[in-house]
Design a protein around this ligand. Structure first.
Ligand code: ADP
Ligand code: MG
Length: 750
């Protein structure tokens, strides 16, 4: 039972109240067919909207089952509309991009009916109004009468107690009108139907009661009901709270988006640009990081930690700038200085203690430790023999004692790597060149043409101290008649076993062009020299060098009189192991005086640290750009959502008239932005994966690496989530605007 008590409605035009209803008093029974008649502008629609809870009265009261609605909140009206009211409009108000069936289902979606039941009930409602053959059609494929039948089916599908119809036949021809009216009369058999019309004949013919309105007042009522304050209530009006589940909102939005595929795709594409940017930056930078890591572990990890006589802190070198204080002084004083002091250096004093300490280093952390002696080997070759000279020390050096490491830096281009102390290799440069002087030393002609084969098998000699040095008047000197000792049985023969050449991956030339011998030879010669006469004599003379050509500081090292190495190379097994070794050496430094502290040089770290910091700088800059484009594309999605809100104002009005709460509307729009955000994230990831293919091809050419740029799964998922989240945020304001739209105004817009 419905009762209007002195209902007034003012519209505000330019801030001033304009009355549309001036005090309506009406009582409706639970079952009757009432026609509201009156000229245009007299307030019929206004009254119907108030009864349907679509609009709010200014004063008076609307009693539902005798209960006041003065304290109704928005959600009470929404529930009332959804459960109790069915609306039919003159202009049908169907949602044009949904099928006939979906239009009818919409009312059920809003009240949270399960999909299966939804379809059954909607189909039945459409069959009831005679539209069984048109379920999948779009509204614009139907005639006016058929569209109105859809609207009626939609209004009835929730089985409302009250059907409100605003000039339902106003746009129809008389024959169709008649059919619709017969349907209305049928419907009115078990509910209250209030129909607005300005056709008096129709009102008289079909309805039980005709109410005449004029200028916002009731001027005539053919069959007024008693105001009995709900005493004759047949069935109570129950306001079941409506709710649209999230999933339904999502599927509703999905349907919406599917009807506008092109536009959705363009929006998602626009949104994906930022994601593509970030995804590309991520995949390239992770490729770079992986590349550097690989470089570190594959190539650079093989680089030894070296303990040289002097440690130079490369990180400190070259940091000063000419603009700094202390440069360009004012005075005229000359300043004397030691150029060495410009470098922050430390003299590593390698002691027996340290070597003993190093012997306890965890063996799993290194491939090998190599001790380099600074003993001068007395080497001669065919060419130098004739000049009675030794081989210049520029032309020989010791191979690192780690074969794996050598092979990572050098290719054996002919023969075999020297492995025993009697073998040496010849090192050619990257152009297969040999120094003219070296060629002559080997006894080759600088005009001659030679192949690798001509070098293999060449022989050189090493002279032990006792063979090479001779004493005269307490002073030892080297033999200057090399040819006389060259074929001596005490001279050791070295045979060229192979030729090695620095390879493309090598970072530095570790071994200079010339010959390179094994550590075994050094060890052997060192042991031999310890027992030699010259060393014994020198050990007896601690303050003066007794060997011509050497001063007291270098003499013992040069003639092999000490087994303390001049330098140490530690070859770590991995990058992490190298850190462990450094820690181990640091621990040693804790136990000794600073003077005896040992600082190892890590060439690999110097190279890779500068690369890593360059990469992270580039990554940050690129990410900033990509971030900006992400923000821009999010704003764009916000704008597009807003445009879509404006565009779908009418649809929002229709949904509200079907009982959608504000929440449902914002849910639908939020679901839509979530779907768009998800799609653009997905699209962004897919496009990135496609773009990575040519990028990797280009990088493969430039850097000689394959699969450089890689998008990690975690990044891909993270980006899709980010995109979804950002577009949801961007869509929040437009979706609130949509939810707040006044349903009556929304319905009026075209
Ligand atoms: P009817 O349906 O009987 O033709 P309405 O109920 O639509 O009449 O309108 C009643 C009166 O209220 C009219 O004078 C109309 O101009 C005015 N009116 C309706 N809606 C609004 C509105 N949103 N703002 C201002 N005036 C309005
Ligand atoms: Mg009207």
């Amino acid at each position: 039972m419905l009762e209007l008590k002195n209902i007034k409605k003012d519209y505000y035009v330019a801030g001033k109240p304009v009355p549309a209803l001036k005090g309506i008093n009406l009582v409706f029974k639970d079952q009757e067919f009432v026609s509201i008649l009156g000229p245009s502008g007299c307030g019929k629609t206004t009254m119907l909207n108030l009864i349907g809870g679509l609009d709010r009265y200014t004063s008076g009261d609307l009693l539902i089952d005798g209960k006041s609605t003065r304290d109704y909140k928005d959600q009470d009206w929404d529930a009332y509309r959804n459960a109790t009211i069915g609306f039919v409009f003159q202009t049908y108000n169907l949602i044009s991009h949904l099928s006939v069936l979906d239009n009818v289902e919409m009312a059920l979606r809003l009240s949270g009916v399960e999909p299966k039941e939804r379809k059954e009930r909607a189909t039945k409602a459409l069959v009831d109004v005679g539209l069984q053959d048109h379920l999948t059609k779009r509204p614009n494929q139907l005639s006016g009468g058929q569209m109105q039948r859809v609207a009626i089916a939609r209004a009835l599908v929730n089985n409302p107690k009250i059907l409100l119809a605003d000039e339902p036949t106003g746009a129809l021809d008389s024959k169709t009108s008649d059919q619709i009216m017969k349907l209305m009369k049928e419907i009115a058999k078990d509910r209250l139907v209030i129909m607005v019309t300005h056709n008096k004949d129709i009102a008289d013919e079909f309805s039980d009661r005709v109410v005449n309105l004029l200028d916002g007042l009731v001027i005539d009522d053919s069959n007024p009901s008693e105001n009995n304050d709900g005493k004759d209530v047949v069935g109570k009006l129950v306001n079941k709270k409506t709710s649209m589940p999230y999933l339904t909102a999502l599927s509703t939005s999905f349907k919406n988006l599917l009807t506008k595929k092109g536009r959705t795709l363009i929006t998602a594409l626009a949104g994906s640009i930022g994601i593509i940017g970030i995804a590309l930056v991520l995949s390239v930078s992770s490729g770079m990081t992986a590349y550097v890591d690989e470089l570190q572990s594959d190539t650079l990890a093989g680089f030894p930690l070296t303990i040289e006589q002097y440690y130079v802190d490369f990180a400190e070198v070259g940091q000063e700038r000419l603009s700094e204080e202390g440069y360009f002084p004012e005075g005229e004083d000359i300043v004397g200085y030691d150029p060495q002091s410009d470098f922050i250096t430390h003299a590593n004093i390698i002691t027996d203690d340290f070597i003993t300490y190093l012997e306890d280093l965890d063996e799993t952390t290194y491939n090998s430790i190599s001790y380099t002696s600074s003993m001068h080997l007395n080497i001669a070759a065919e060419g130098t023999k004739d000049n009675d000279e030794l081989l210049e020390d520029d032309f020989y050096s010791q191979l690192p004692n780690n074969e794996e490491f050598i092979l990572s830096q050098y290719d054996v281009i002919k023969g075999d790597l020297a492995t025993s102390m009697n073998e040496v290799v010849i090192v050619v440069d990257a152009k297969n060149r040999l120094d003219f002087d070296f060629m002559e030393a080997l006894g080759l002609s600088i005009d001659g043409s030679y192949t690798f084969d001509d070098l293999i098998g060449l022989e050189l000699k090493v002279f032990p101290n006792n063979l090479y040095y001779s004493e005269s008047g307490g002073i030892y000197s080297g033999n200057n008649n090399i040819s006389s000792i060259y074929d001596d049985s005490d001279a050791m023969t070295l045979t060229v076993s192979g030729i090695i050449r620095v390879n493309e991956d090598a970072s530095t030339d570790l071994v200079a062009s010339g010959i390179a011998y094994t550590e075994a030879l050094t060890d052997y010669m060192l042991e031999d020299s310890m027992d030699s006469d010259v060393v014994a004599a020198q050990l007896l003379s601690p303050t003066v060098s007794i060997v011509s050509g050497y001063n007291i500081y270098e003499v013992l090292l040069a003639i092999g009189g000490t087994d303390v190495p001049a330098s140490i190379q530690i070859y770590p097994v991995s990058f992490d192991a190298k850190e462990e070794i450094k820690d181990y050496i640091d621990a040693y430094n804790e136990t000794v005086d600073e003077t005896y502290a040992i600082y190892a040089t890590d060439l690999a770290a110097i190279i890779s640290t500068s690369i890593s910091s360059l990469i992270s700088t580039i990554t940050i800059i690129l990410s900033a750009f990509a971030g900006i484009s992400l923000v821009v594309s999010s704003i764009m999605i916000g704008i597009i959502t807003y445009v879509s809100v404006v565009e779908r104002t009418k649809e929002i009005g229709i949904m509200r008239s079907l009982g959608a709460r504000k929440k449902d509307i914002s849910r639908i729009f939020n679901a839509e932005t979530v779907l768009i955000g998800f799609t653009s994230g997905l699209l962004g990831v897919i496009i990135t994966l496609v773009l990575i293919i040519p990028i990797n091809l280009i990088l493969a050419n430039l850097l000689d690496v394959s699969g450089f740029a890689q998008l990690m799964w975690s990044s891909a998922i993270g980006l899709i989530v980010l995109s979804t989240f950002l577009t949801l945020i961007a869509g929040l304001i437009p979706s609130r605007i949509a939810a707040r739209k006044d349903p009556v105004t929304a319905l009026r817009t075209e």
